[in-house]
Design a protein around this ligand. Structure first.
Ligand code: ADP
Ligand code: MG
Length: 674
């Protein structure tokens, strides 16, 4: 019944239906959970003498007079004067047929609305409580809803009252009774009723919290279900020959950091179990995730299975191929690279050697999955920086195979714990929280536009010293409207200027992948020393000689995005500099935001700031990862409820009974079909 389309409700025609759908309201359920943005507490009365234009107030008094006025443009109006013991206030109505006759002198009312200045201090179209009328709506606390054109507060309240009357008693329970009781409610229908018509605003916000907890609980129950289902799949027990890991580690030109060792031990333990590994490896840029991935591939292949490693772009796939094959081939493990750009003949060879088992590790782009490449001995699947690899994609990939391969997702997008629990709640999370030693320091400076020449001088100096630089632009193509210098046109200018002699290259998302590979190749080898680019260099590019980054219009980027960008420098032994150039339209707010970056270097804390400042969709990469559209819970204000919800979900295991609830809430997720 809750799924019933609102258009079947009495009094809702096609026009109103369209208005409601602009608010995201399609069903009765949507209407029941249309959360008030605030409450108007009409017990809080302001005296007329202290009214200030612009404020939302309630005024209580007696009508002294009402007059009809005709205006030239034919817009008639009713003006009533309301008096309390401090002064008089005008109430103005342009649409007054419904009210005519009720506002006679001597009538006592509470008038609510925003104070305007309309030929004197006035409220236009106040909401009224008629204190002397028997059947008037005298509820003192009224919900104030988000609205859309054509729907007034009054209409919305009426609609919600109607559905509450008819449907709220039938809503199924979701939260366990003891949890509800501890929040001060008997059952769910009480919570929903009080959300709309509480006795006081505090009760209203308690009801909202209970519904937020409920929502997080439903979502966590799904993740818990996915996790449990996964542990029931048959995994592959990988028993590598003794000393495999030690041998691999001692072949490296450096010692692993403590964090790398710890994570590797956890992975090695996972691989030995007959339950498929499901792990997220989080680590700030430069923390050394690739070698951990290579070590995992080593263990997999030494145990007789094949491994797959997927990167989001061809540039990164080839970089991984270079690094990983460099570490594995000396030990006799054969690696191949397969991307969209691989020549047909080479592709055929690769596919054959996968089939006959002579190829151990396949590195490539997402094309590997899409082209139905057959990997008979696939025991480990590692996905690096793969956006759009949410819980649904993970399930699709892993549920198809029996036995199910071990799985590891790698991410350099540090995200706050609440977000991680939302997006990756079905995975075990490991964090590389220690940087390899021997790195130079990175200094970040926020710069004004008029310091451009200083930055330029600095660049000339560093480049003259044999170092390399990135220059980053927020846009790919010229936008006349925004008057932003774009990467392409500034590339043309730089090439012809004094920096030109150091070799300038352009890398944008719109380029063909062969072109991208060519230009990054030149930058890696040092044939060119300046790479002009957009955020496409954000993920993964590893050029230790790059020591300077200049970001133009820095205020247009998110904090965590800027943090990821600057992770491209400071990867070698020498000190690095990141200049965040403010644009003309960078206000004080933008400058304050940027300043956070010159004092803070911890990606997790920066992401936390981003979450606070810009909301969950803006934390780098999370939009693509698909933060579910919570309608009630806020990942910022309700983050304290997340742990509770997760804990309840693991303990109660109620998923089967919550399936319908999930479908009602999170439309468009096809995870349930899997
Ligand atoms: P990310 O986590 O950003 O993917 P990478 O795996 O690309 O980081 O590693 C960054 C750089 O650090 C690489 O040049 C790599 O060779 C180097 N590196 C990784 N681990 C160590 C270590 N334990 N000691 C010294 N250098 C390391
Ligand atoms: Mg990387």
């Amino acid at each position: 019944m809750l799924k019933t389309d609102v258009r079947y409700l009495k009094g809702i025609g096609p026009a109103r239906g369209r208005q409601l759908s602009r608010l995201g309201i399609e069903t009765i359920f949507d209407l029941l959970l249309h959360v008030p943005r605030s409450y108007n507490d009409r017990r809080i009365i302001t005296s007329i003498r202290s009214l200030v234009p612009g404020e939302e107030v309630n005024v209580s008094g007696t009508i002294v007079s009402s007059v009809y006025l005709k205006s030239k443009n034919g817009k008639n109006r009713l003006e009533s004067i309301l008096r309390d013991n401090t002064g008089e206030l005008k109430l103005t109505f342009f649409n007054f047929r419904y009210i005519a006759g009720r506002l006679k002198a001597g009538t006592r009312v509470i008038a609510s609305g925003r104070i305007d200045y309309f030929g004197g201090i006035s409220i236009v179209h106040p909401e009224l409580i008629f204190l002397d009328e028997q059947d008037s709506d005298t509820r003192l606390v009224l919900p104030v809803y988000p609205l859309t054109a054509g729907i007034t507060q009054g209409v919305m309240r009426k609609l919600i009252e109607t559905v509450l009357d008819e449907y709220v008693s039938g809503v199924p329970e979701v939260l366990p009774p003891d949890v509800l009781n501890s929040m001060g409610f008997q059952n769910r229908s009480e919570v929903i009723s009080k959300l709309h018509f509480p006795d006081d605003p505090f009760e209203g916000s308690r009801a909202r919290r209970a519904l937020a907890l409920e929502e997080l609980f439903v979502h966590q129950s799904l993740l818990n279900y996915v996790r449990i289902k996964a542990t029931k799949r048959t995994g592959i027990k990988m028993i590598p020959p003794d000393g495999s890991l030690k041998g691999f580690v001692s072949s490296l030109p450096y010692n692993l950091t403590g964090a790398q060792q710890k994570v590797l031990e956890a992975i090695a333990a996972d691989l030995r179990r007959d339950v498929p590994m499901r792990r997220l490896l989080q680590g700030d840029v430069g923390s050394g995730k690739t070698v951990v991935a290579a070590a995992a591939c080593n263990l997999c292949c030494r145990s007789g299975y094949q491994a797959v490693m997927v990167a989001p772009t061809e540039v990164l796939a080839s970089q991984h191929y270079r690094t990983v094959s460099g570490m594995l081939e000396p030990a006799g493990i054969r690696c191949g690279l397969l991307t969209g750009g691989t020549k047909a003949s080479h592709r055929r060879n690769l596919l054959e050697s996968l089939l006959d088992g002579s190829l151990d590790v396949l590195i490539g782009t997402h094309a590997i999955f899409e082209e139905r490449v057959v990997i008979p001995g696939m025991g480990l699947c590692i996905i690096d920086e793969q956006h759009k690899f949410g819980v649904e994609q993970r399930e699709k990939l892993l549920s198809e195979r029996d036995p199910s391969p071990h799985f590891m997702l790698m991410s350099a997008t540090p995200i706050p714990r609440t977000l991680a629990m939302t997006i990756y709640g079905d995975l075990d999370i490991s964090v590389l929280d220690e940087m390899p030693p021997g790195r130079g320091s990175t200094t970040t400076r926020v710069m004004n536009r008029d310091s451009r020449s200083k930055v330029y001088e600095f660049l000339l100096d560093r480049l003259g010293n044999g170092e390399r630089a990135y220059i980053i632009y927020p846009l790919r193509e010229a936008s006349v409207e925004l008057d932003l210098k774009d990467a392409a046109s500034s590339f043309e200018i730089l090439k012809r200027g004094p920096l030109g002699k150091f070799g300038v290259g352009l890398l944008t998302g719109a380029m063909k992948s062969v072109e991208k590979l060519e230009v990054t190749g030149k930058f890696v080898s040092g044939e060119i020393s300046i790479l002009v680019s957009t955020t496409v260099v954000e993920v993964g590019l590893d050029v230790p000689e790059a020591t300077v980054m200049v970001v133009t219009h820095a205020e247009r980027f998110g904090l965590s995005q800027l943090h990821q960008l600057r992770g491209r420098i400071g990867r070698g032994g020498s000190d690095s500099w990141c200049f965040l150039m403010k644009g003309e339209d960078c206000g004080a707010e933008g400058a304050r935001r940027l300043a956070i970056l010159d004092s803070m270097n911890d990606g997790f804390r920066i992401a936390e700031e981003d979450l606070q400042l810009r909301g969950p969709g803006e934390v780098a990469g999370t939009r693509q990862h698909g933060v579910p559209a919570f309608r009630i819970a806020s990942l910022i204000d309700d983050s304290d409820l997340m742990e509770k919800a997760a804990d309840m979900a693991t303990r109660s295991d109620l998923w089967e009974s919550l399936r319908d609830e999930y479908k009602l809430r999170f439309r468009g997720l096809d995870i349930l079909e899997i």
